[in-house]
Design a protein around this ligand. Sequence first.
Ligand SMILES: [Fe+2]
Length: 507
Amino acid sequence: MDLQRRTLLQALAATVGSAATLALPAAHARPARAADFHRAVAADPLLRPFAGVADAPEGLASDTPLLRGRWPAELRGRLHRNGPALYERGGERYHHWFDGDGMVQQFAIEDGRVRHRGRLVQTAKLRAERAAGRFALPAFGTTVENPLPLSGADSVNPANTSVLEHGGRLLALWEGGSAHELDAADLSTRGPVTWRDDLKGLPFSAHPKVAADGTLWNIGTAGAHLVVWQIGADGRLQRAQVGAHPYPHGMVHDFAITDRWLVVPLPPVRFSFDNEAREGPRRFPMDAGQPLRVLIARKDDLARQRVLELPPQFVFHVGNAHEERDGTVVLSYVGAPDNAFLDRGAVALMRGERPLPAPAGTCIARLDPVRGTARVQRLDDAVEFPRVHPACVGRRTRWLVSACGAPSGSAGANALLRGVQVLDTETGRVQRFDYGEQAIAEEHIVVPRPGRSGERDAWLLGTVYDARRDATVLNLLDLAHVQDGPLAQAVLPYRLPLGFHGHFRAT
Ligand SMILES: [Fe+2]
């Protein structure tokens, strides 16, 4: 057995082991009662999307959403989004927003029309819990009593974090297990993807990056080892590397690529799965005073790596990264002073409470991989879900698109996002559109205009929950004039659960 294969198998064993630790019994730990949430949300309709959906195999569908404005005929393609959606079984409710079973939404846009489909991903977890009639498998932020036996990380995989089309496949993604392949025609689930037999079950995380040549790069964590995936534009596995040494302490969620490097922020957060999430000790403690570490590793040789230390910060998402001529790596990311949203905000939402503001802002870090030095500049406030033009991934980028909230110090501010902004990273200037206080804005994706190559020659596509209508609205905006608001809207005849991330594929 060669070293690479042996390392892979050890890493897989570690992955299964870490999933097994999720099953630690905790006699006092029970999912929150659903009735508490529904009482609370009756007084705050803005939080209705956190009610989630029922386990209905047919899902949601509308061929005739209310169209407003003009949907351009030249915009043709599919927007897919994913997020936690099923939060309740048997009168019990998950504690943490991130625990819900994934539901993939599809907006098909063609000839000025928009159609919507949404279906729960039919994971092994969903099927097992449907059969059991209860939450029976451990989740990220909720412990269950008398858990069913686990056979690996995919036993607990809710496939709830992102979705993308690549190499002819539609993949629903979660950070701790396999990608699930779906049929783009009807969103039915084909099952977990095994890229190669000896890699079965190794995590394929939810923030892959597609380089300009069509190669998909992704990471995963197998026990204490980093896994790096390289998938060709044809959808075939080109290479998988597993780090020979454990990666430094920290939470892995998102990463960036440059021409030569993988850039992985590692905020100093530990997962304590034997802690109860609702009261008492928290599940995701952040180590006070510990730096934000950033792992920089060569794409072609994971062993060639360096860890840089930045001032203490919590990070979910990166915007982008590129290399300057002198070798400096410029990384944009959304940094927060602490992990309050992960640890408490996402728990409060499940109880029907509005969490406190999340003072997360866009940061630009200049990293010197040779000297190991780093400089960080913060540019704004109250943003999340950063996105860039898809042709700019791994390259110099001027315009950064984010969902945004009211500034964290302003009256009535809370962690819910209500607008979209375009940040000029060269000047620091921001243009924003505010959907209003009865709206929750989600991630907005940059969609290049056909036949145009400029970074600003693009639309934005983003969903918003409108509490006045109790409906989800798909919005189309002009990236260069975001402050003018939507060019076109498609108002669904129902609300969708709030999702995390998505992807647009032109057709
Ligand atoms: Fe994410």
